[in-house]
Every structure is written in C-alpha cells, then in structure tokens.
Design a protein around this ligand. Structure first.
Ligand code: NI
Length: 190
C-alpha cells in the first residue's frame, strides 16, 4: 500500500468524468492495489472520503470512512466503504446546508445537499449494494460521487461569503456550524 499524492484544484484530472470500471477488472491486482492506495491515502490525510480522480486515476472508484476523526467529531461514523461505479439518486427534495471541505481544495464552504439518497455500487469483491443513506453520510456520498463527474464542492457553494480557509473556519465558523449540524444529526440520526 502506498500513500499517493492528492491532486489540488487546478489539476485537469479533477475535472474529468471518470470511466466506469469493467466488472471483470475489479479482481485484478492493479485495481485492488489502487483501492488499497485510496484507503491508505484517505486515512493518512484524515479524510472522510477520497475519489480515484484525486490521485490522478480516471476511474469510478471512491472510498469513505469516518471513525473517531478529529477533523469531524460531529460526523456519524461510516464504516470503511469501497464504492465502484456508484450511482446516486435523491429520494426527495429535502436539503441541508453542510459546511464541506475537500483534500483537493484549500477552502471550506457551505453546500446544499440532499438529505435522503439511494446509492447503488459494487464493492471491492464485485458484490452489488443498493442502500439508503441519510444526513451527513448522504452528503459525503454526494461529495465523492461528484468527484467522479469532475465536480468539486466549491462549484456548488452558492454563497461565496461562506468560503473560509481551515484556520478562519476554526476561528470564526466552526462553533456555529457544529451547533447547527449537531441538532440536525440528532434529528436525522445519521
Ligand atoms: Ni473531496
């Protein structure tokens, strides 16, 4: 396993629509090695998720995991998930404003996300999953699936006055966001 460099906004690969992974390729050693690298890189960077495009691989694979993450103490846990060729669809019109960051963008900002989504994907064993995700976990899925279409969260920041560096977020915005989102997490449950 290798910790790969994470591309920063401006790199062209972050803007491509990634290619579907052929099912017959999932078991191949190079693809399994890429998945291991994504997991290692995500954990090394303390990220909640990482898409293959962020390590310059133009394939539709994302990994997610939220444990006891000091970057996101308010976030519900997400078990280690490998999503290959994920398809995401909103279940209704309910939206929540989430303050997001990204390992490829040096800013945080507020983005509207669907609260309830259906996700279909293959795991690293090629097993098909069809699941409902809610709340902040649904937001993480939307953020990672956007990466596979060349979309960054910053594209969806409607109110650019919410943009902040990590330092400024910590100083001026974190407490208010955590208070608001903690109530939301308590209500939605995930
Ligand atoms: Ni990201």
């Amino acid at each position: 396993m290798t910790v790969r460099p994470v591309l920063s906004i401006g790199h062209p690969t972050l803007r491509v629509v990634a290619s579907e992974v052929p099912i017959e390729d999932i078991a191949s050693p190079p693809l399994q090695a890429l998945i291991d690298d994504l997991i290692e890189t995500m954990r090394h960077a303390n990220g909640a998720g990482l898409a293959a495009t962020q390590v310059d691989e133009r394939v539709r694979i994302a990994v997610m995991e939220v444990g006891d993450n000091p970057r996101y103490p308010y976030k519900p846990r997400i078990p280690l998930t490998v999503a290959i060729n994920p398809i995401i669809e909103p279940l209704d019109d309910e939206l929540v404003e989430i303050n997001e960051g990204c390992l490829s963008v040096p800013l945080r900002g507020n983005v509207q996300r669907h609260v309830n989504v259906r996700v279909r994907y293959l795991d690293r064993n090629g097993v098909a999953h069809d699941e409902i995700k809610r709340g902040l976990t649904a937001g993480t899925w939307q953020h990672e699936c956007d990466h596979l279409d060349g979309v960054l969260f910053i594209d969806k920041v409607a109110d650019t006055s919410t943009l902040a560096t990590w330092d400024q977020f910590e100083q001026h915005h974190r407490a208010g966001f955590v208070e608001r989102i903690t109530k939301f997490v308590q209500r939605v449950g995930s």
